[in-house]
Design a protein around this ligand. Structure first.
Ligand code: ADP
Length: 422
C-alpha cells in the first residue's frame, strides 16, 4: 500500500519509506478520530485544521508511490509540526504539548538518508520557529477553555510519555539500522578476508606451478635431445632400438604430465556434474586400462558390490581412482611375491579405498604427498601432481582423502565422500 510495486534496492531506504508511510497513516487516523471527539463535544473551530492534517499525509503516501520520496518525507514532517503547533496554541503551556516539538523537530533525521541531512537541519529550524511562535508569538486561540488542574496534570504526564515513546522509537529505529549495517559490514569484511586467503593460496600455487611446469616441461625435452644425438651415432640396430624405446618412454611421460595439467585445470574450472555411477563398473574400466603397466605380477581385486551406485561426478571419480590405482601399481615392490592392489567400498562410512602391499610411504613424507609437485621417493618418475589433483577433485566433491601407510608394508588411500553421494 505504501510502496506500491516499486522495488527498493536499499534495505535501509525501504525501512525509512515504510516508516514514513506508517507515520502518515497514523496522522490520517488522528485526523479522523479527533474531529469525531470534537464534534461530539460541540467544538468545531479546529475542523479545517484536521482536513489539512488528513490531506498532507495522504499526499505524502501518494508521493511515495510516485517515487517522490524526499517530497513525501518533508511533507509528512511539515504536517507533524503543524499539528503540534496548532495543539500548542490551543492548549495551555502547562499541558506540555511543546514536548512534541522534540520528536517532530528531530524525527526527520530518522527517515532521511545521511546525504540529505541538510534538509533535516532546515526542518528542525522550521520546528524551532513554530515552537517560538506558539509560545512567544501571542497567538493563543480565542477558543481556549479554562481547564481543570487535574486535566492539565494528566495531559502533561500523557504528553511527556507519548513524546518520550516516539523519541525512543525513532532512536531505536536508527540504532537497529545502524546495527544492521554494522553486521553487514562485518560479514563483508569476513568474506573479503576469506577471498583474500583463497587468492593468496591460488597465487602461491600459481607461482609454484609456473616454476615447476616450466622445469618439468623442459627436462624431458633435453633428455630426448640427448637420446636423439646418441641415436644418430648408433650403428648397432639393438642400441638404436633401445634408444628409441627410451625416447618413447620420455614422450609418454611428457604426455602423462600434460594430461595431468589438463585434469588439474578441468577440475578447477568446471562445476560438478552429478549422475548415477555404478562404482564396480567404473573401477573395472580403470583396472583394465592400467593393468598392462604392471607386467602381470599384480593381483587386482575389485571388492565393490555390483549394487553399489554413487550419485557423484563420474569424471572426478575417474580422475581420483585412476591416480590412486596407478600409484599403487607404480609404487609396488616388484621383488616380492603376492603383490596385490585392492579397491573396495565401505558403505557405512561412504568410503572408497585403494589398498596395496607395495613400498609404503615413509612417515615423514605422509603429510606432504598431497602437496603440489611433491615427490615422496626416488622411484617417482612422475611430476608429483597426481595426489595433489586427486585431493583437489575429492574436495570439489565435498569429501576428504586420507592415507595410512607403513614403510615396507603397503598403503591404503581412503576417499570419504559426502553422505548425499551415496
Ligand atoms: P608422483 O607419483 O608423480 O610422484 P603423486 O602426487 O602421485 O606424484 O605422489 C606423490 C608421492 O607419494 C609419490 O612420489 C610417492 O612417493 C608417494 N606415493 C603415492 N602413492 C603411493 C603408494 N601407493 N605407495 C607408495 N608411495 C606412494
Amino acid at each position: 500500500m505504501v510502496i506500491g510495486n516499486e522495488i527498493i534496492h536499499s534495505r535501509a531506504e525501504f525501512k525509512r519509506l515504510m516508516l514514513t508511510g506508517y507515520l502518515s497513516l497514523i496522522c490520517m487516523v488522528v485526523a479522523v478520530v479527533y474531529p469525531i471527539l470534537d464534534i461530539t463535544n460541540g467544538v468545531y473551530y479546529a475542523l479545517p485544521g484536521y482536513v489539512v492534517l488528513f490531506i498532507l499525509p495522504a499526499t505524502s503516501i501518494f508521493l511515495i508511490r510516485r517515487k517522490r520520496y524526499m517530497a513525501a518525507k518533508v511533507l509528512l514532517m511539515i504536517a507533524g509540526n503543524l499539528v503540534v503547533f496548532f495543539a500548542a496554541i490551543n492548549d495551555p503551556f502547562e499541558t506540555g504539548v511543546f514536548l512534541f516539538f522534540i520528536p517532530t523537530g528531530i524525527g526527520l533525521f530518522s527517515i532521511l538518508e545521511f546525504k540529505e541531512r541538510k534538509v533535516g537541519v532546515a526542518l528542525t529550524a522550521f520546528s524551532l520557529f513554530l515552537f517560538l511562535l506558539a509560545y512567544y508569538g501571542d497567538l493563543h486561540s480565542p477558543y481556549v477553555q479554562p481547564l481543570s488542574q487535574f486535566y492539565i496534570q494528566v495531559s502533561l504526564i500523557f504528553n511527556y510519555c507519548v513524546s518520550l515513546t516516539i523519541s525512543f522509537l525513532m532512536i531505536n529505529f536508527l540504532m537497529s539500522l545502524n546495527n544492521r549495517s554494522e553486521n553487514e559490514l562485518m560479514e563483508k569484511e569476513e568474506l573479503a578476508n576469506q577471498k583474500n586467503k583463497e587468492l593468496q593460496k591460488v597465487n602461491d600455487e600459481l607461482d609454484r606451478f609456473v616454476y615447476s611446469v616450466s622445469h618439468d616441461l623442459r627436462s624431458p625435452l633435453s633428455s630426448i635431445l640427448g637420446l636423439t644425438n646418441l641415436a644418430k651415432k648408433a650403428t648397432d640396430p639393438k642400441d638404436l632400438e633401445q634408444l628409441l624405446t627410451m625416447i618413447q618412454g620420455r614422450v609418454e611421460a611428457q604426455d602423462h604430465f600434460i594430461r595431468e595439467i589438463i585434469d588439474y585445470s578441468r577440475n578447477a574450472r568446471t562445476d560438478t556434474q552429478m549422475e548415477d555411477v555404478p562404482l564396480k563398473g567404473l573401477v573395472n574400466e580403470i583396472i583394465i586400462a592400467l593393468k598392462f603397466s604392471s607386467s602381470g605380477q599384480i593381483e587386482f581385486r575389485n571388492l565393490i558390490d555390483e549394487k553399489t551406485h554413487l550419485h557423484s561426478d563420474k569424471t572426478r571419480l575417474s580422475i581420483i581412482l585412476n591416480n590412486l590405482v596407478s600409484n599403487s601399481i607404480k609404487y609396488h615392490n616388484y621383488t616380492l611375491d603376492h603383490l596385490f592392489v585392492e579397491v573396495g567400498y565401505d558403505e557405512e562410512q561412504n568410503r572408497i579405498y585403494v589398498k596395496d602391499n607395495g613400498t609404503g610411504i615413509r612417515s615423514e613424507h605422509q603429510g606432504k604427498i598431497f602437496n603440489m609437485f611433491y615427490r615422496g621417493s626416488d622411484r617417482s618418475t612422475g611430476s608429483g601432481l597426481g595426489l595433489f589433483i586427486t585431493r583437489e577433485a575429492v574436495e570439489k566433491l565435498g569429501g576428504k582423502i586420507e592415507v595410512q601407510s607403513t614403510y615396507g608394508e603397503g598403503s591404503t588411500f581412503s576417499v570419504f565422500l559426502p553422505r548425499h553421494n551415496h
